[in-house]
Write a protein of this length. Sequence first.
Length: 583
Amino acid sequence: MDTYESVKILSTTVESSNVLKKTPTGIKGFDEITVGGLPRGRTSLVCGSAGSGKTLFAMEFLVRGATEHGEPGVFLAFEETAVELAQSVASLGFDLDALVARKLLAIDFVHVERSEILETGDYDLNGLFVRLACAIDSVGAKRVVIDSLETLFSALGDEGILRSEFRRLFRWLKDRGVTAVITGERGDGTLTRHGIEEYVSDCVILLEQRVHERVATRYLRVVKYRGTMHGTNEYPFLIDAGGISVVPVTSLGLAHHASEARMSTGVPRLDAMLDGKGIYRGTSVLVSGTPGTGKSSLAAHVVHSACRRGERCLYFAFEESQGQFVRNMRSIGVDLQPWIDQGRLLFQASRPTLFGLEMHLASMHRLVETFEPDVVVIDPVTNFSMVATEFEVRAMLMRLVDFLKSREITTIFTSLTGGSGTLEGTDIGISSLMDTWLLVQFLEGSGERNRGLYVLKSRGMAHSNQVREFHMGSHGIDLLDVYVGSSGVLTGSARQAQEAKERAESITRQQEIERKQRDLTRKRAQVEAQILALRAEFEAEEQEVLAVVEQDKRREVSLSRDREQMARLRQADPSKQQNGGAR
């Protein structure tokens, strides 16, 4: 097993009193690779060519031990005086004079003249042991650095004597109970000049500086570590104002937490396309497209929205300077300068060719750890192909994605795609690493080029399958509905003309409906008028008939009274009169 994760798992499962004890170096990342630091009470060799960082590594081991772990140290130098050393490491923020004054560090410079040794023919380390013992006792040192072995043993050519003296020196340091670091120069075909030091050391660390495409990158590898598991891969490391930081190049695994929380992209209609709630926090979002489609503008909206919520954002720009980017975003209504002034937004703008690929990764790790952002933007990732192969870029981004996810940081990657390639692909093949993939593409038609946005995928949520016209104006980004008809997808002025035509047709249809409604109302009024006239005519006839009937009834009553009166005048039998009169 040579991955950092496997080493970490194994180290936590082994519990024994015989486990090798370790001394933390305090060097960021190195203690993770070695699962604890250097072997305590033993000697470690740091070797490498000139300029690889051996002395700085050893000095930081002492400074971190004194300031962070309460372990004073001794630096025994053969090439630089105390003043020269203090000046060399001042750029890293190390104040050696203050540590010396506080009895936390002792620096002893020993001048070794090769000619003097050759003339006398004697070589004895006893004087060195006495001098080193006095320095250790003066500060109560727990850590010792000897820089470097080549100067100390430069006059010896007998391999037997060399090996014997090396073992004697290492045994003396071990008997004193100090954790020692000895630096050595790289030999021709060997790790060290003599080719012996690596065999008698308990731990061997190789520092290298390689140049690829005229870009230099420093690498660290733990070649040997007796009695414990450790990472054996090559790890890039960075030397800057904060000292040395080492970045494990292997993936940290897929054990990161998956958040259920959502965050807005800053574009309401895009949030609506993403299940109405935006993207998941702690996920990776890829915005790809051809040049000029608005990838950076969309990333700026995400940053602007996050800063308004009080979150911290880190923007890695590889095409534009901070001033140019801020100015350009003002044209679409996004002013990022207030967030920069308030410390919520940090820009890191540089050309990809400034460092090697691994140095960029180390620098990103350092900034993320110090700034602690909630959102990170890398714009664009395709520019890394200028300093490395597609495979190397993809491997680097895989490690970066895992690192950011382990910290639950939402990351926006922008990627440039070629105009002639397939839409569903990226120039460096990283789409499979992304949780959400947005594609911004030019849509050509009617003599125009307009932008369209697709949601190609968004893991864990329902999302729109429609194409939306991507419009940028003085008030920001807006997504418009495109027209899809028999003639295809219409955008821009063609869409506006089609919408105007549809509005005219809608008005015509509305006017026709209103005309028919008026005709119907008029006919209804006519029918109702006819009904009223017929009803009036019927009522008049009804009144006339009732009057005739009433007259007939009154006439009958009058006739009946006349007959009765006639009968009384004739003195007739009323019953007979009523039955037709007498015979």
